[in-house]
Design a binder for this molecule. Sequence first.
Ligand SMILES: Nc1ncnc2c1ncn2[C@@H]1O[C@H](COP(=O)(O)OP(=O)(O)O)[C@@H](O)[C@H]1O
Ligand SMILES: [Mg+2]
Length: 387
Amino acid sequence: MPASSTSAWLAAVPEDVADTMPDDNPVEVRRRKVAAMGWAGFVVDRELQTASYGRPRARLCAVSVTTAATTTRRRRSEHPLTRRDWSELPTAVRAAIEDQCGTVTRAVLPDAGRNSDVSATLHTGGGHVLFCKGVRLDTPRARMHRHEAQVNSYLPLAVAPRLLWQVEVDRWLLLGFEHVPGRHADLSPGSPDLPQVAATVRVLGDALTPCPLDVPRLAEQWARLAAWRRLAHDPAAEPTAWLRDRLGEFIDRERRTFQALDGDTLAHTDLHPLNVLVADRARVVDWAWSRRAAPWVDPAFLVLRLIEAGHTPEAAEHWTAATFPAWRTVTDETRTDFAVAVLGAWHHMFRVDPGPQRAPLVAVARRWVAHRLGETVNTAPLVSGIW
Ligand SMILES: Nc1ncnc2c1ncn2[C@@H]1O[C@H](COP(=O)(O)OP(=O)(O)O)[C@@H](O)[C@H]1O
Ligand SMILES: [Mg+2]
């Protein structure tokens, strides 16, 4: 890998890691990259510290552009990575949004979401309500927002919000969506939301198979991540005896999953309750992580979210099998392989970015794996070592 450009550096870092880099903290970025790539990362990073910090020219798509992002130098943000209120947005950005939707009279921040620099429900003088989210173009997350904009016109509008406009201004990318009514889905046992979520995920599976556009394959992304292989070679990880005995098996299972989860459905891949809004029906937002994958992949992720919401792994699988024909076609072996692969991926992400939301997720995946392997769950608290 040439060590002379940031783009090569970012390309070598797994996409999901690159996408969540904090752009306001170069030291932390370096720490995460090195953690993600092991010694190879460390060596390249040392070289890059003395190399020039170039980045590819921002790609412009067919959007209304007020001021194009034309800089070829990487600019570190002057602003911290906290979500901004409408009033804190640069004047040019607010003006560009109002060019699209009319004068904004009220902006209400959502109580969830962490991948945008700004997001808000906007009420306009003309009586319209819309949802707007945006990122600065000098962050790797801009790629996720571009992707979300790209897939939007292929989504079934009954269960996903329509993208009304996108605009680039002053090194920002802003997306304006149809406002979706409702509250976040409750996936707990006995919740009345479950049938609605089931119906929506079925509609999505039918409408998005075959995959209606050319998007990256989840299989490829996971193969690049190869989380268990990375964890096995992580000199800082301290696997317990239980895991040491299984590392080889888990690496094999993960490798088999890369093939099994390939398919021809546009899968959301991030169906957690904060991305599902329930009113008269369930609607799914936030398609930033959508990938081409097997039709059972979204139901499989739902198993994890059901466990997270309080179902036993057995009940979660039972509900999913009763609800999604695609999940019924998945063999026991492939289910176990998938659970193991998710545990590896989520654990890897926890090690790279130990945010407060990550440890509980690892625990959820761990419970599913233990159930699949017929073993007792290790309930020891998750620390920086493997477990
Ligand atoms: N079209 C929409 N209408 C109403 N609320 C929305 C819409 N899209 C997202 N939201 C709300 O905003 C939150 C964050 O939006 P999301 O697209 O998930 O952004 P992020 O990428 O930051 O997670 C969601 O959890 C949801 O509560
Ligand atoms: Mg979200």
